[in-house]
Design a protein around this ligand. Structure first.
Ligand code: PEP
Length: 255
């Protein structure tokens, strides 16, 4: 059966009322549709406990949207890998283009976060991808390989064992225009070949996902591609209706 992971990134959205409704709906959905794939939901950290204390489903995990590069100390507003681990969180999104842009995170900072997560046996979900300008200049492979190289240089040859790479072209995020299934398949194939050529990790151990305007209209086509091992949802993960519909469509595609 195809291995697939659906990651939901809530970003700065949600409140107690929404979380309560979400949990009730999701629990009911899981009762009727046991999930054969994985779901990782990354709400704002204040709501993690609501989820972990209410949903016990083998393939459902709560993730984090960020982590700090420090372990402890005078770093107001930050959360460490140990705090996440202490609260049962294993999956952490890093390198999201919004953090690169609004929080000025460099590839070096992202590599430090990646390294800390690996040291704790946690799973980094590394977002990489090009801008529209770079796409027009045919630089997608170049940009992705550079972002991968910076991780390999810092973390070493085993970096991408038990890690997730989410190809997220910046122009597709929140725009309503996703990359085509063929474009994603090609770049994910490139990413897998690149990492297996330049590191110790075998091609079949590398997990490549896609994020950028995924919804209930394109999920089935993405699911069918050999090298799309999952999707990262932004907008569709905070629409209860769309989220459940996407889960249902994947469920129906059980292959
Ligand atoms: C994202 O922000 O990572 C994302 C994929 O967003 P959206 O699904 O809304 O394009």
């Amino acid at each position: 059966m195809k291995k697939f992971t659906v990651i939901g990134n809530w970003k700065l959205n949600g409140n107690n009322n929404f979380v309560d409704k979400f949990i009730i709906k999701l629990k009911k959905y899981f009762l009727d549709n046991p999930i054969f794939y994985k779901i990782v939901l990354a709400p704002p950290l204040l709501y993690v406990h609501h989820f972990t204390s209410n949903i016990r489903e083998k393939n459902f995990f709560i993730g984090a949207q960020n982590v700090d590069i420090h372990i402890s100390g005078s770093f107001t507003g930050e959360i460490s890998v140990d705090m996440l681990q202490d609260n049962g969180i294993k999956y952490v999104i890093i390198g999201h283009s919004e953090r690169r842009k609004f929080h000025h995170e460099s590839n070096e900072i992202i590599a430090k976060k990646f390294s800390l997560l690996k040291q704790r046996n946690m799973v980094p979900i590394l977002c990489i991808g090009e801008t529209l300008e770079e796409k027009k200049q045919n630089k997608t492979q170049l940009i992705c390989s550079k972002q991968i190289d910076d991780i390999l240089k810092y973390v070493g040859e085993n970096a991408f064992k038990n890690s997730i790479i989410a190809y997220e072209p910046i122009w597709a995020i929140g725009s309503g225009y996703s990359a085509t299934a063929r474009e994603i398949q090609n770049i994910n194939n490139f990413i897998k070949n690149y990492i297996s050529d330049y590191s110790n990790v075998k091609r079949n151990e590398i997990i490549t996902q896609y994020g950028g305007s995924v919804d209930d209209l394109n999920i089935e086509e993405f699911f069918m591609q050999d090298d799309i091992d999952g999707v990262l949802l932004g907008g569709a993960s905070i629409s209860l209706h769309k989220f459940i519909k996407i889960l249902q469509l994947i469920h129906n595609l059980k292959i």
